[in-house]
Design a protein around this ligand. Structure first.
Ligand SMILES: Nc1ncnc2c1ncn2[C@@H]1O[C@H](COP(=O)(O)OP(=O)(O)OP(=O)(O)O)[C@@H](O)[C@H]1O
Ligand SMILES: [Mg+2]
Length: 213
């Protein structure tokens, strides 16, 4: 794996020198993510065309939501490179998490209610909130929700976080639940979140509205 010079230098500094092992983490339509492991800590390197939105959110969300600590944003080889410190926990869809559909739906709902309850009055991304609007994650699916000991440990992929309707995150959660467990868990999720039940038609319309752009 070849890194632009300033990215390699920032990674070395963040990892405190010594030997660096790298591991491929994830490839999506938009980019690639690597995990770099030093002697005693690890960082993540995300490469994609535009990551300034994610950098801006990481800065604003710090202390509000549990998000990775930013190392820096760099530009090289025609792309943006976002470096963050590794957070604790594993994604909710990790093999080591053995929760069934109802448990996952309940946890996703409970966690989302917490996330949506923070004060978004001063949020520069789409704020201030109008009636019913909250701070949404913008891609609230299992791989972006990390857990440890059964509890939320961190949120990643926050580049689309903004003030908007909570339905944006309902759509991603319901889509993700059906992708991982098949249909039938949306009602449990909505109930755990604390929003009134929806008809199956409404749920399906919401699920189909999920879009990662
Ligand atoms: N700082 C971090 N600490 C721990 N794990 C991370 C960190 N950053 C990324 N990851 C892991 O890498 C995976 C991919 O990262 P991320 O979600 O940011 O990229 P992506 O899904 O490809 O982004 P996009 O949806 O913008 O294409 C995450 O699901 C998570 O498992
Ligand atoms: Mg992601």
């Amino acid at each position: 794996m070849r890194l632009p010079d300033d990215v390699a230098e920032a990674a070395r500094m963040a990892l405190g020198g010594g030997e660096i092992r790298h591991e491929f983490a994830w490839m999506s339509w938009a980019g690639t993510v690597w995990r770099l492991e030093g002697e005693s800590k690890s960082i993540y390197v995300k490469r994609a065309a535009h990551l300034d939105d994610e950098r801006d959110r990481l800065e604003w969300l710090k202390g509000r939501w549990p998000v990775p600590e930013l190392i820096g944003l760099f530009h090289g080889f025609g792309d943006d490179w976002l470096l963050t410190h590794a957070v604790r926990g594993v994604p909710m869809n990790d093999r080591s998490i053995t929760w069934d559909g109802p448990t996952t739906a309940t946890r996703l709902g409970e966690i989302l209610r917490e996330l949506h309850s923070i004060d978004a009055t001063d949020c520069p991304f789409g704020g201030p909130p109008e009636r019913g609007e909250v701070l949404v994650h913008g891609d609230y699916c299992s791989p972006n929700v990390l857990v440890e000991n059964g509890r939320l440990s961190a949120l990643v992929d926050v580049g689309r976080a903004r003030v908007d309707s909570p339905r944006i995150d309902f759509a991603a959660a319901i889509w993700s639940l059906q992708y991982n467990f098949g249909p039938g868990f949306a009602q449990i999720f909505l109930n755990a979140y604390g929003t009134p039940p929806m008809t199956e038609r409404e749920i399906e319309r919401l699920r189909r509205s999920y879009s990662r752009r």
